[in-house]
Design a protein around this ligand. Structure first.
Ligand SMILES: Cc1cc2nc3c(=O)[nH]c(=O)nc-3n(C[C@H](O)[C@H](O)[C@H](O)COP(=O)(O)O)c2cc1C
Ligand SMILES: O=C(O)C(=O)c1ccccc1
Length: 386
C-alpha cells in the first residue's frame, strides 16, 4: 500500500542522479523563497498580520511547547491517516484553509483554480473563500473527486447571503464554513504603511460580480462599472453575526454549518447548543486580532467543550509534526494556510501540491516512528505541554 511517507524515498532516490526537489521541503525555506518571488503587495498581504504580529508569531511558536511521547514495538508498517467528517471519509487529515487572495498568488490571476487542482491531485479538501478571482462554480469544477467546502463571508444583504449559499450548494460544496471574526479588517501595519488592500483594486471579488443578487443591487454590469461595483462590495461586505443569526443561516441550507473563529470554550458550547455541525478553532492566523493567545493553546479546551461535535483547527501549522500535534490535541481536520499560498506563488498547482505532500509525508513518518498507526492512536497518545 502506498504511504504518504514514500515521498521521502522518491526524493532520496532522485538524489542519486543529482536531482533535488524543485521547491524546499520545509516551511521556513519555502517562505523565504516565496517572499522573494511574490509581488510586494501580495507578499505583504499574505505574510503580514495584525498589529506587531505577536499573535501570529505566538501561533507558530506555541507548537514548540507541545510534545509527544513515542511508543515502541507497535506495528506501524501501514499507517491510516484517513478521517471521517460529515459522513465522508477523507484520505488525509488536512484541509486547505480559505485564503481570500489565493487568486492573485499566481501570476495568471487564477490561483483559485491552481489551488483546486492541487486539492484534486492530493485528495486534500479545499475550503474555497468567498473572496475569489474565479467564481465558486469554476473552482468547484477543478476539484475533481476531492470535496470542497465553501467559506462564507456573510454580506449585509440577506438575499445576497442566500444566493451565495445556494450557489455553493448547487456547485457541490460539502459544507458552509461561516467565518465569524472578519466582518471588519484588523489593524495591519504592513498593509497600512503601503496603503495596500487588494480587495479595493477589484481583485478577488468575482463571487460577488457574478452573483445575480449583487448584479441586481448594482443595477448595471460590474464588468463595465468596476469602481461602482467595488464600492457596492465595500458597503455590503461585513455583517456582524450574533447567536440570534444562526437559525436564519441554518434555514438557508441543508449543508453542514461550520463556525470558524471559535477559540473560547464557552463559545464552543454555545455553538454546539445552537446546532452548529462543526467548530473551526482558529484565530485567522493572527491577522484579525493581535494580543490573542496562540490558537493551539486554546484547542484542548475547545475540543473538550465541543464534546462529540467535530473541531477543525488552523493557525500556525507549518509542518507534519504540527499537524500530528493538533490531531493529538483533538482536532478532526487540520487547516494549512499560508504555506500552501507560498507553494502556489512559487509553482502554481504543483507548488501547492508539493507543500501538502511534504506536510503529509512528515506526519506519516512521525506516526510510523512514534508507534501511532492511525489517527485514533495519535489522539489516544495525546500531547503534553512541556
Ligand atoms: C492571505 C490570507 C487570506 C485569508 N483569507 C481568508 C478568507 O478569505 N476567509 C477566511 O475564513 N480566512 C481567511 N484567512 C485565514 C485562513 O483561513 C487561516 O485561518 C489562517 O491562514 C491560518 O493561519 P496560518 O496561515 O498562519 O497557519 C486568510 C489568511 C491569509 C494568510
Ligand atoms: O485578509 C484576510 O485575512 C481576510 O480574510 C479578509 C477578507 C476580507 C476583508 C478583510 C480581510
Amino acid at each position: 500500500m502506498a504511504q504518504f511517507g514514500d515521498f521521502q524515498n522518491a526524493i532520496y532516490f532522485a538524489g542519486l542522479s543529482g536531482a533535488v526537489p524543485k521547491l524546499p521541503v520545509d516551511a521556513a525555506t519555502l517562505e523565504a523563497r516565496a517572499i522573494e518571488a511574490m509581488p510586494p503587495s501580495v507578499r505583504d498581504y499574505v505574510q503580514g498580520g495584525c498589529g506587531d504580529e505577536w499573535t501570529q508569531r505566538a501561533n507558530v511558536e506555541a507548537f514548540g511547547r507541545w510534545g509527544m511521547v513515542p511508543r515502541m514495538m507497535v506495528d506501524t508498517n501501514e499507517r491510516d491517516l484517513s478521517v471521517e467528517l460529515f459522513g465522508h471519509r477523507y484520505p488525509t487529515p488536512l484541509l486547505m484553509s480559505p485564503i481570500g487572495v489565493t487568486g492573485i498568488c499566481t501570476a495568471d490571476g487564477h490561483g483559485d483554480l491552481h489551488a483546486a487542482r492541487a486539492a484534486a491531485t492530493t485528495g486534500v479538501p479545499m475550503c474555497v473563500s468567498t473572496l475569489g478571482n474565479d467564481p465558486l462554480e469554476a473552482v468547484s469544477a477543478e476539484l475533481g473527486d476531492t470535496p470542497g467546502f465553501f467559506q462564507l463571508y456573510t454580506p449585509r444583504d440577506e438575499e445576497l447571503v442566500a444566493s451565495l449559499v445556494s450557489r455553493a450548494e448547487a456547485a457541490g460544496y460539502r459544507a458552509i464554513v461561516v467565518t465569524l471574526d472578519t466582518w471588519v479588517t484588523g489593524w495591519r501595519p504592513r498593509d497600512l504603511n503601503t496603503g495596500n488592500f487588494p480587495q479595493l483594486r477589484g481583485a478577488v471579488l468575482q463571487n460577488y460580480f457574478t452573483d445575480p443578487v449583487f448584479r441586481r443591487l448594482l443595477g448595471k454590469p460590474p464588468e463595465e462599472h468596476p469602481q461602482e461595483a467595488i464600492m457596492l462590495w465595500v458597503r455590503l461586505f461585513g455583517r456582524v453575526l450574533t447567536w440570534d443569526d444562526l437559525p436564519w443561516l441554518r434555514s438557508l441550507t441543508r449543508l453542514p454549518i461550520v463556525l470558524k473563529g471559535i477559540c473560547h470554550p464557552d463559545d464552543a458550547r454555545r455553538a454546539v447548543d445552537a446546532g452548529a455541525d462543526a467548530i473551526f478553532c482558529s484565530n485567522h492566523g493572527g491577522r484579525q486580532a493581535n494580543g490573542g493567545i496562540a490558537a493551539i493553546d486554546m484547542l484542548p479546551a475547545v475540543v473538550e467543550a465541543a464534546g462529540d461535535t467535530p473541531v477543525l483547527f488552523d493557525s500556525g501549522v507549518r509542518s507534519g509534526t504540527d499537524v500530528v500535534k493538533a490531531l493529538a490535541l483533538g482536532a478532526r481536520i487540520v487547516g494549512i494556510g499560508r504555506p500552501f499560498a507560498y507553494g502556489l506563488a512559487l509553482d502554481g498547482a504543483d507548488g501547492a501540491a508539493h507543500v501538502l505532500r511534504c506536510i503529509l509525508a512528515e506526519a506519516d513518518l512521525l506516526m510510523a516512528v512514534n508507534g501511532y498507526p492511525t489517527i485514533a492512536d495519535v489522539r489516544a497518545a495525546g500531547a503534553t505541554r512541556g
